[in-house]
Structures are given as structure tokens and as C-alpha cells.
Design a protein around this ligand. Structure first.
Ligand SMILES: Nc1ncnc2c1ncn2[C@@H]1O[C@H](COP(=O)(O)OP(=O)(O)OP(=O)(O)O)[C@@H](O)[C@H]1O
Length: 147
């Protein structure tokens, strides 16, 4: 994960379709601009409630820049700086202490701009765990282990 360069999300990724929404976030597909779209990622954007923050120690991108990398403003719950900081610290701890691990998604990069923070994550294909779980009436222990 790069931490030093000052780049915007839109410098490196084309932001495409919405993959899902969380309590304080929206997750969209990102297509890398550097390798003719071969690399796809999930971009989880947490929208900031208050003024821009700095000094989190892991963000890249343009601190306090006046745009969100060409992204439209969407209807989304905003998040306080405290929650935003917490989310990033949790991700950071996972990256430092657990990843790489086959069962833990990778955090590739973090960008920050005036509207919030964009976490660039490994793209998970294969659909929602919940849909898999309710897709069958019952599971044996053996089947459940493979979901
Ligand atoms: N790495 C990913 N690859 C593909 N889709 C993803 C990825 N991360 C999240 N999503 C999609 O976005 C949805 C919401 O993301 P996530 O589960 O991270 O949010 P949350 O933790 O529930 O919410 P919040 O962090 O805002 O409280 C997921 O249910 C999934 O559909």
C-alpha cells in the first residue's frame, strides 16, 4: 500500500457501477487506468460529515482538495471524523497484522479528498454471503464450511 504520493483517486481509477452499500459507505467497482483496465478493485467510499481532516498517517490522494475526484455527490449517510478514523485504523490494523490471508480482503490503497475517504480494496466476486446462505433450505456442517 502506497502512502507517500499525492494522487487523486481519479488519477488512478475509473469509478464504475455500484457494488453495494454499507451503513456509512458506498462501494463501487474501480477499473485501473494503468493497465488498460485489467485490474479491477472495489472502492469503498466513506463520506465525511465535517471539514477535511489530515494527519491520519496512511492516506494518499489530495488532502482537502475541493473535488471528490470527479465523482458525483450521491445520497448517502455521512460519517463523523471519529468513525472515519476508526474505520481506517481498523483496516490498517488488519493490513499490518493479518493480511495477506486468503480469507481477508486486501487493502491496496487509501485516497482522501474533501468529501471523504476512498478505500481501494481487493474486488470480491461471487455475490453476497447472505444470498448464498438463504439460497438453500439447510446445510450440513460439511456444506456450510464451503459457503
Ligand atoms: N471488496 C468488495 N468486493 C465486492 N463488493 C464489495 C466489497 N466490499 C463491499 N462490497 C459490497 O458493498 C456492500 C457493503 O460493504 P461493507 O460490507 O464493507 O459495508 P458495511 O461494513 O456493512 O458498512 P459500513 O462499513 O459502512 O458500516 C457489501 O455488502 C458488498 O455488496
Amino acid at each position: 500500500m502506497s502512502t507517500t504520493e499525492s494522487r487523486r483517486l481519479s488519477d488512478d481509477y475509473e469509478v464504475a457501477d455500484v457494488l453495494g452499500r454499507g451503513g456509512f459507505s458506498i462501494v463501487r467497482r474501480g477499473v485501473s487506468k494503468s493497465d488498460e483496465g485489467k485490474t479491477q478493485v472495489a472502492i469503498k467510499t466513506l463520506r465525511r460529515l465535517g471539514p477535511a481532516m489530515t494527519g491520519m498517517g496512511m492516506q494518499q490522494g489530495s488532502k482537502g482538495a475541493p473535488s471528490s475526484g470527479g465523482l458525483p455527490l450521491w445520497k448517502q449517510v455521512s460519517i463523523s471524523d471519529a468513525l472515519l478514523t476508526n474505520e481506517i485504523l481498523v483496516m490498517r490494523r488488519i493490513v499490518e497484522n493479518v493480511a495477506p490471508h486468503p480469507n481477508v480482503i486486501s487493502l491496496h490503497d487509501v485516497y482522501e479528498d474533501a468529501h471523504g475517504v476512498h478505500l481501494v480494496l481487493e474486488l470480491c466476486s461471487g455475490g453476497e454471503l447472505f444470498d448464498r446462505i438463504i439460497g438453500r433450505e439447510r446445510y450440513s456442517e460439511f456444506d456450510a464450511a464451503a459457503v
